[in-house]
Design a protein around this ligand. Sequence first.
Ligand SMILES: N[C@@H](CCC(=O)N[C@@H](CS)C(=O)NCC(=O)O)C(=O)O
Length: 221
Amino acid sequence: MLLLQFSTSHYCRKARLALGYKKIAYQVENLTPGLHILKLKPITGLTTVPVLLPQQEGEPEAIADSTHIFQYLETYQNDPPLILPNTTQQTEAWLLEDWLDESIGTATRFVYYHFRAGEGKSIDPSLFSQLVINVVRRQYKITPANVKLASDRLKTAMNVLSSWQKQPYLVSDRLSVADLAAAALLSPLALIPDYRQTYPWLFERIAAIHEICGEKLPPGL
Ligand SMILES: N[C@@H](CCC(=O)N[C@@H](CS)C(=O)NCC(=O)O)C(=O)O
């Protein structure tokens, strides 16, 4: 299998966690932001990574979107399972996964790039890095006003996810799609000292899930 990705994307990390959890062999192709559209549009109709190419007869050519990649991997190889046996709990896990994907992953992006352009500039002050950060800020219209909204959303997220303080998994006593989504989509916050100090339990869980999945820890951890 081949995973088309941006090396730094937290949504691509989410797909890698699922591949790693299931111990499925794969390779990655790192696309160049900007040029990625030329490669992706003809095969998926979309412009976002991750995209998984199974490269096997009888399998689909391409699966776009990290949630679809989760669903596809479960049908490709259901052991170890990502889907909980209890339907009500699985519905809850999908609900959390969707909210993390649509709302919290975006909030993380806003807060993270705002930090990297300001207080966190010293992480990589090079012209190239700051240029990329500014392109991303412009692309997603990251302004101080909507960074404030995003950081409020992250505060709510920490309350919703606080069950991670008492138990290893968000839903039931087994790893689910909710844990993988949270571990990946909040991982960029590991570079931001305020989050590290206020929510140490979050980063303990993120590290533990990366270990379970055999995925390299995110920067900062
Ligand atoms: N909901 C999508 C979101 C993926 C996403 O936002 N990917 C970003 C990188 S983090 C991307 O490809 N952006 C490039 C673009 O929109 O052209 C998923 O889960 O796969």
